[in-house]
Ligand binder design. Structure first.
Ligand code: TMP
Length: 211
């Protein structure tokens, strides 16, 4: 089973992925946790290029193709092989992030981005996407504090440095995607405690497993 987590910065995706992993391991499942950008060996190099504040001059088009390259490599080398062994794959961001950030955030055509995503994912779409929804005022505060405490301000700060208006467009983009694809994308309010949110996520996964 392939499950992706989406949302703006600071929604607690990695916390929720860790909690779901624990839950699924306790059920005897094999679980692989991965992320985009950076889930493959080559992707780790692309992640550094994509997120460094030193690369403020990256053009929107070049940024798009680096995300797509990361995804194509990740799907072929990491996600598909893991699914073929029967593992559950939990992925921090996937194709919807491209439509939300490069489409709604940067202003590129969402339809075109969907077609380019089709090339990158090569038929492999998640069975469930959990969209953690949060006001960017709260999310950005959390993300900036986290980067600061991890000493990553310069290495990973390129998107945190975008305006609140940008992150609001991204949030609305995710919500539009969820409205367009309710059979795959489920919205979870990310304002509660991690445990409350985890309970909702588990319920969604159980419902999907027994659908
Ligand atoms: P994160 O893994 O720390 O959330 O950082 C990844 C950043 O990359 C985040 O700001 C969102 C951005 N992003 C895109 O703009 N497009 C994409 O396709 C993906 C996967 C991420």
């Amino acid at each position: 089973m392939f499950i992706t987590f989406e949302g703006i910065e600071g929604t607690g995706k990695s916390t929720q992925i860790a909690l779901l992993k624990e839950h699924m391991l306790a059920q005897g499942k094999r679980v692989m946790v991965t992320l985009e950008p950076g889930g493959s060996r080559i992707g780790a190099e692309l992640r550094r290029v994509l997120l460094s504040l030193d690369n403020r001059d990256l053009t929107p088009q070049a940024e798009l193709f680096l995300y797509l390259a990361d995804r194509a490599q990740h799907v072929a080398q990491v996600v598909r092989p893991a699914l073929e062994t029967g593992a559950v794959v939990l992925c921090d961001r996937f194709a919807d992030s491209t439509v939300a950030y490069q489409g709604f955030g940067r202003g590129m055509d969402p339809e075109l981005l969907h077609r380019l995503n089709e090339v990158a994912v090569d038929g492999l779409w998640p069975e469930l996407t959990v969209l953690l929804d949060l006001d960017p005022v709260i999310g950005l505060k959390r993300a900036v504090a986290r980067n600061h405490s991890e000493g990553k301000t310069n290495a990973e700060g390129r998107f945190e440095a975008e305006s609140l208006a940008f992150h609001n467009r991204v949030r609305q983009g995710f919500l539009k995607l969820a409205a367009a694809k309710p059979e795959r994308i489920s919205i979870v309010d990310a304002t509660g405690t991690p445990e409350d949110i985890a309970r909702k996520v588990k319920a969604l996964v159980e419902a999907r497993l027994h659908a």
